[in-house]
Design a protein around this ligand. Structure first.
Ligand code: G6P
Length: 609
C-alpha cells in the first residue's frame, strides 16, 4: 500500500520519479506528490490519480537531480492534497515520504506537542518527519542517529525516504515490515517500494532488511544497522524482463496479464518439472520432510486464499493429508492450535501482505515449518519462510490478480502430485499421467483465450448494468466460483456472491428473480448432475444462466449462454475455468467505462492490517 520512489544521480529527477510513480500506482492512487531538490527542496502534491500531479507541474522547470515521490492509499486521514506526501517537519528541515502505518502515533504526537511541534495534516506520517527533526536537533549526531532513534521509538510498519535540508545530495531511507528496494547504475541510485518502478533503469538491486537504514549518494549507497554501524549488502540481479512491466499494445494491464497466462504457467511448470520428474527440492525442503507432515495449513488473503481453497480439494484428495485453509487476518488473531508435525503454507503474490506475513510469524513462533509460494523474489515473506517455491508470473501490475493466481495454482498441483508420489498415494503411472496433463494446461489455456474471448466480449455488454451476480459450483467448481465472483465485484463494482451450488436453497435462492445473472461452473464429473439440477432450480425462477462446462458435459440446454472448456484431469479444471471468469469480469468492467487496472479503494499490495 502506498508506493514510494526516489532518485539521486546525474539526470533530472522529475521524470524518473513520475515514471516510477506511474508504475507504482497500483499500490495506491488517492493522491500523489514529489519533492525535488535543486538549491531548495520544492514539494508538489495533488489529490487523485497521478495525472493530476503531472498536470500541476507540467509548466514547471524542475532541474533538480535528487528527489523522492509518493502515491498514496489513504489510511490515516482522507485522500486530500493536505494529507498527500511528501510531508515536512515544522521548519522544513526534514522532508519525508512513508509507506505503512505508525501504530503509536497518538503517543508520539503528544510527546512532540510538548516540544511545541505543530501538526497540519491528519496523517500518521507527519509524526515521523517531526520526530526525526526532534532527534536530529536534540542530539546533533547526524541523519543516521536521528533515523535510528526514531525507529526505536516507533511501532508499526514503515518504509521511509527522507531528505535532510542540511545534507544535500543525499536521500536517507529506512524500513520495517514495508517493502523497499534500492537500485544503482552509472547514472545514480534509485529507491522504490517495488521492482517495476526501477526496472527501466536498472536490474541491479539491494534488499534492505528490517530496522536497517541507508544513505543514497549520487554514486553509491551506504548501509547501516540500528547501532549506526556501516554494514555490507550484496548487490542482486532482478530476473524480470522490462517489457513485462509495460502494456505492450494492450489497452489495460489486466487483459495483457490474462493473455500472458499460457506463457507464465508454462514457465512455472518448467521451473519445477523436467523430463517427467518434479523437482521442488532446490527450495531446501527434503522428501523426508514432505513425507512427515501430518497436517497442512494454507494461509493467505484475497485471491491467494481462493488458490488455497482449490488446493485444499486437490491436496486432500491426492495426498490424504488433512488440509485446513484460512484467511490470514483471522488466523493470526484466533490463537491457532497448530500440529507440531504440520506444515504452514503461505501464498502471496507480493510477499508483503501484512496479515500473511503476520500469519507466517505466528506459525514460526509455534515452531511449525513454513513454506511460502511467492511471486516477488526478495520480498519479506520469501525472506522469512523456511522454504520458498516461486511462481514465475513476472511483474503483475493490474490490481486484480490473474496471472499470479494461475501460477500459484500450478505450484500447488506440482506440490500435491509430488507429495502423493512420495507417500505412495499414486502409482508411477498416475504420476506421469498427471505431469503430462499438467504440461498440456498452457495449450488448453491458450485455446480458451483464442476461442472464447470474442463471445464473452459480446455477452458482457448485456450485463454491464446488472446489479447482482451469483456464481455457483460444487467441489473445485465452487472453489473457483469464489475467485470468479471476487474478480467481478472488485473491478466492476457489481455485487456478486459465490455459493456452493447445494447451499443455494438454504437462503440465497430467495434472491433469484427474472434475469438475475447466475454463472454456473460445471466441470467435476462426480457432481455435475447435481449442479445441473441446481441450475434448473434457478432457471425456473427466472435466472439468466451463463454455463461454463467441460467439453464432455452438456450445459447448453439449461444455459442462456454456454461456454465450453477443453477436457482435462479433474484437478486441473480451475486453471481453465478461471480464464472465462476473468474475461467476464474484465469485459463487463470495460463496458461500464471503469478503470479496470485500478479499482476504487483497492491496492495491490496490502501492507497494512
Ligand atoms: C490484494 C490484491 C489481490 C490479492 C490480495 C493478496 O487484495 O488486490 O489481488 O489477491 O491482495 O495479495 P498477495 O500479494 O498476498 O497475493
Amino acid at each position: 500500500m502506498c508506493g514510494i520512489v526516489g532518485y539521486n544521480g546525474k539526470n533530472k529527477a522529475v521524470n524518473i520519479l513520475l515514471d516510477g510513480l506511474e508504475k507504482l500506482e497500483y499500490r495506491g492512487y488517492d493522491s500523489a506528490g514529489i519533492a525535488i531538490r535543486d538549491k531548495e527542496i520544492e514539494i508538489f502534491k495533488a489529490k487523485g490519480k497521478l495525472v493530476n500531479l503531472k498536470d500541476k507541474i507540467a509548466d514547471k522547470e524542475l532541474n533538480g537531480t535528487c528527489g523522492i515521490g509518493h502515491t498514496r492509499w489513504a489510511t490515516h486521514g482522507e485522500p486530500s492534497e493536505n494529507n498527500a506526501h511528501p510531508h515536512s517537519s515544522n521548519d522544513g528541515s526534514i522532508t519525508l515520504v512513508h509507506n505503512g502505518i505508525i501504530e503509536n502515533y497518538h503517543e508520539l504526537i503528544d510527546k512532540l506537542k510538548k516540544h511545541k511541534y505543530k501538526f497540519y495534516s491528519d496523517t500518521d506520517t507527519e509524526v515521523l518527519t517531526n520526530l526525526i527533526d526532534y532527534y536530529y536537533k536534540k542530539y546533533k549526531m547526524g541523519p543516521i542517529d536521528a533515523i535510528n532513534r526514531t525507529m526505536v521509538r516507533t511501532r508499526g510498519s514503515y518504509a521511509i525516504a527522507v531528505l535532510f535540508k542540511d545534507h544535500p545530495d543525499e536521500i536517507w531511507v529506512a524500513r520495517k515490515d514495508s517493502p523497499m528496494i534500492i537500485g544503482t547504475n552509472k547514472d545514480g541510485t534509485y529507491l522504490s517500494s517495488d521492482v517495476p518502478a526501477i526496472l527501466k533503469y536498472t536490474k541491479k538491486v539491494y534488499y534492505i532488511d528490517n530496522l536497517e537504514a541507508a544513505c543514497l549518494k549520487k554514486d553509491k549507497v551506504i548501509f547501516y544497522n540500528l547501532n549506526g554501524d556501516e554494514i555490507e549488502k550484496e548487490l542482486k540481479e532482478i530476473k524480470w524482463d522490462i517489457s513485462a512491466a509495460e502494456k505492450e499494445g494492450y489497452e489495460h494491464f489486466m487483459i495483457k496479464e490474462i493473455n500472458e497466462q499460457p506463457e507464465v504457467i508454462k514457465k512455472t511448470i518448467n521451473n519445477y518439472i523436467y523430463k517427467n520428474k518434479i523437482d521442488i527440492y532446490k527450495s531446501g525442503i527434503t522428501e523426508e520432510e514432505l513425507k512427515s507432515f501430518k497436517q497442512i495449513y494454507i494461509v493467505a488473503c484475497g485471491s491467494a486464499y481462493h488458490v488455497g481453497v482449490c488446493a485444499q480439494y486437490v491436496l486432500e484428495d491426492l495426498t490424504r493429508i488433512p488440509v485446513r485453509v484460512e484467511i490470514a487476518s483471522e488466523f493470526r488473531y484466533r490463537r491457532p492450535i497448530l500440529d507440531k508435525k504440520g506444515l504452514v503454507i503461505i501464498i502471496s503474490q507480493s510477499g508483503e501482505t501484512a496479515d500473511s506475513l503476520a500469519a507466517l510469524r505466528e506459525a514460526k513462533s509455534q515452531g511449525i515449518k513454513t513454506l511460502a509460494i511467492i511471486n516477488v523474489v526478495g520480498s519479506s515473506i520469501a525472506r522469512e519462510a523456511d522454504y520458498v517455491l516461486y511462481t514465475l508470473a513476472g511483474p503483475e501490475i493490474a490490481v486484480a490478480t490473474t496471472k499470479a493466481f494461475s501460477t500459484q495454482l500450478i505450484v500447488f498441483y506440482i506440490l500435491a502430485i509430488e507429495i502423493a508420489r512420495i507417500k505412495k498415494k499414486i502409482t508411477e503411472r498416475n504420476y506421469i499421467e498427471l505431469i503430462e496433463e499438467l504440461e498440456n494446461i498452457p495449450y488448453k489455456a491458450k485455446y480458451i483465450l483464442d476461442n472464447l474471448t470474442r463471445g464473452i466480449q459480446k455477452i458482457a455488454s448485456k450485463f454491464s448494468h446488472t446489479k447482482d451476480a451469483f456464481y455457483i459450483g460444487r467441489n473445485l467448481d465452487y472453489a473457483i466460483s469464489l475467485e470468479g465472483s471476487l474478480k467481478l465485484k472488485e473491478v466492476s463494482y457489481i455485487h456478486s456472491e459465490a455459493y456452493a451450488a447445494g447451499e443455494l436453497k438454504h437462503g440465497t435462492i430467495s434472491l433469484i428473480e427474472d434475469n438475475t445473472l447466475v454463472i454456473g461452473i460445471v466441470t467435476q464429473e462426480e457432481v455435475y448432475e447435481k449442479t445441473i439440477s441446481n441450475l434448473v432450480e434457478v432457471k425456473s425462477r427466472g435466472a439468466y444462466i451463463i454455463g461454463i462446462a467441460a467439453e464432455n458435459i452438456d450445459v447448453s440446454k439449461i444455459s442462456d449462454f454456454a461456454l465450453t472448456i477443453p477436457k482435462t484431469n479433474k484437478y486441473f479444471y480451475p486453471s481453465l475455468s478461471v480464464i472465462p471468469l476473468q474475461l467476464i469480469a474484465y469485459y463487463i468492467t470495460i463496458d461500464r467505462g471503469l478503470d479496470v487496472d485500478k479499482p476504487r479503494n483497492l491496492a495491490k499490495s496490502v501492507t497494512v492490517e
